[in-house]
Design a protein around this ligand. Structure first.
Ligand code: XMP
Length: 327
């Protein structure tokens, strides 16, 4: 019978059968629900032979690194090593404008970090745990009969299509057949006991803010501006009690400038777009119909709070034809 308790048992059994008694395993934590649930599940089987890594790639949200490290330690009780790879990652991204090129560079950067980390072991870990979900697999898959190079896949999610061909690890992906709501149900089981505030976090893509700063992310202050705008946006959504009604909400930094007037002065500064969608699995989505009062509040909070932004627009595109992320 398919039920979530059985999924837990079966996936734990698979890990016992795959990983040898002497093997050590690395787990890539993103800070989101999926990788945390995958890690907890594997941790139940392997205990101290599981080594979790959280990479600060310079593409995280406002205070995200500190916040998730606190959750891992104090709420999930998972030992995690934090690795700062931000300088190297931003150098890799310098000058890259094409969304797929950016995704590939980020995927390769992650693997470099894990390869380096694995070198520190006497017996090199052969396995890498990832929180890949079923929709990630589907959306990164070339259509039948097409090879990767000529594929019309939607996006190479960094943890599926974005990985290098010569990957030195065998992947362990215990959530590969599950949808998001099933992963949340798994995390809620008493055996894993993930706190509800963590379970209900909006999804966040592996390539982070890089797919939310359109074009070259290393140009100017875009990442910093985006962090500030995003924090104001999410806090306002929480103030209005809307966080749990929305699948995902975030801001996008546009590489254009528009003319404005702030304090009697002409300005020529940045435009940000806000996106919020409802969805059941991320494969299709509808834009969220905020009340005008909300839009008014968030727009003035952003323009008053972030000096270099003088215009806020709201994305009214569903998926399809848009994807959830802009890149
Ligand atoms: P799109 O933009 O393809 O996104 O409609 C669907 C869902 O997947 C998330 N997403 C990613 N998640 N690695 C991930 O782990 C990725 O490379 C990636 N790209 C998109 C996106 O945030 C949305 O929830």
């Amino acid at each position: 019978d398919w039920n979530i308790e059985n999924v837990l048992k079966e996936e734990m059994d698979k890990i016992s059968a795959t990983v040898g008694p002497e093997d050590h395993v690395i787990c890539a934590l993103s800070g989101g629900v999926d990788s945390a649930v995958a890690a907890l599940l594997v941790h139940k089987v392997l205990k101290e032979r599981l080594h979790c890594v959280f990479v600060d790639n310079g593409l995280l949200r406002y205070k995200e690194g500190e916040r998730v490290m606190d959750t891992f330690k104090n709420h999930l009780h998972l030992p995690v090593t934090k690795i700062d790879d931000s300088k190297r990652m931003l150098a890799r991204l310098k000058g890259l404008k094409d969304p797929e090129a950016k995704r590939k560079a980020i995927g390769a950067g992650f693997i470099e970090v894990f390869n380096d980390f694995a070198k520190g072991f006497e017996r090199k870990p052969r396995f890498l745990v990832q929180g890949t979900l079923y929709p990630d697999v589907i959306e990164s898959m070339p259509p039948p009969g097409k090879d990767q190079k000529h594929s019309h896949m939607i996006k190479s999610h960094h943890n599926v299509g974005g990985l290098p061909k010569d990957l030195q690890f065998t992947l362990i992906e215990p959530l590969r057949e599950l949808f998001k709501d099933e992963v949340r149900a798994l995390g809620r089981l008493p055996e894993l006991n993930v706190p509800e505030t963590f379970i209900t976090r909006h999804p966040f893509p592996g390539p982070g803010l890089a797919v939310r700063v359109l074009g070259d992310v290393t140009e100017g202050e875009a990442l910093d501006v985006l962090r500030q705008v995003d924090e104001i946006y999410i806090n306002t959504i929480r103030d209005f009690g809307l966080y749990d009604k929305i699948w995902q909400a975030f801001a996008v930094f546009l590489p254009v400038r528009s003319v404005g007037v702030q304090g009697d002065q002409r300005t020529h500064s940045s435009v940000v777009a806000l996106r919020a969608v409802t969805s059941s699995d991320g494969m299709t989505a509808d834009w969220y119909p905020f009340e005008p009062k909300f839009l008014q509040t968030v727009s003035s909070r952003i323009c008053n709070g972030v000096r270099s932004v003088n215009r806020v627009v709201y994305d009214i595109t569903s998926k399809p034809p848009g994807t959830i992320e802009w890149e």
